[in-house]
Design a protein around this ligand. Structure first.
Ligand code: ZN
Length: 166
């Protein structure tokens, strides 16, 4: 794979993540009650035009669901600080508005998700995730991200598994 192909795939996944967050937030405002429903509707809208495949939308949708689930597990106060971390005024380009809107729209749903015991897998290189801190499980190196990113390998030991905090 050439470097250019990698770059464009990376960009595509990150922008799909942001579009899914936008559309899911809209679906909530349009009266959708559950996160599953909102994400399904968002995925259908984005794949119907042919710009993205079903597989892409499902894969990236899982990354988004995981980030939302992680936030849902937090106490109210901690949750607000995460939402603040993804607010547009903290990010020059304003590209986070979809996610912060979604997190606000989904406040009730977050509580519901928090109640479910859900196994959160490692955050791995190549996956897309919202702003936050990723700590390498191998060497403890921290990477801080202020925008949605496709996770790179650890810059210190080149391993690929991380845990996430905010
Ligand atoms: Zn490392």
């Amino acid at each position: 794979m050439s470097e250019n192909t990698q770059k464009s795939e990376e960009h595509e996944d990150v922008s799909l993540y942001q579009k899914l967050a936008d559309r899911a937030a809209e679906a909530f405002q349009g009266g959708r009650r559950s996160l599953d429903e909102a994400l399904k509707k968002a995925g259908e809208e984005l794949t119907s035009g042919g710009e993205y495949t079903r597989e892409q939308a499902e894969k990236v949708g899982e990354f988004l669901r995981r980030d939302i689930g992680e936030v849902g597990k937090k106490a109210r106060q901690a949750r607000d600080s995460v939402i603040e971390a993804v607010e547009p005024h903290r990010v020059a380009a304003g590209v986070q508005s979809g996610l912060s809107k979604l997190l606000r729209s989904a406040a009730d749903v977050l509580t519901e998700i928090a109640g479910k015991s859900e196994q959160i897998l490692d955050f791995k290189t190549g996956e897309v995730t919202s702003p936050g801190t990723l700590t390498c499980k191998e060497c403890g190196k921290e990477m801080h991200f202020k925008t949605t990113v496709k996770i790179p390998p650890c810059p210190h030991c080149h391993k690929t598994k991380f845990r996430k905090s905010y």
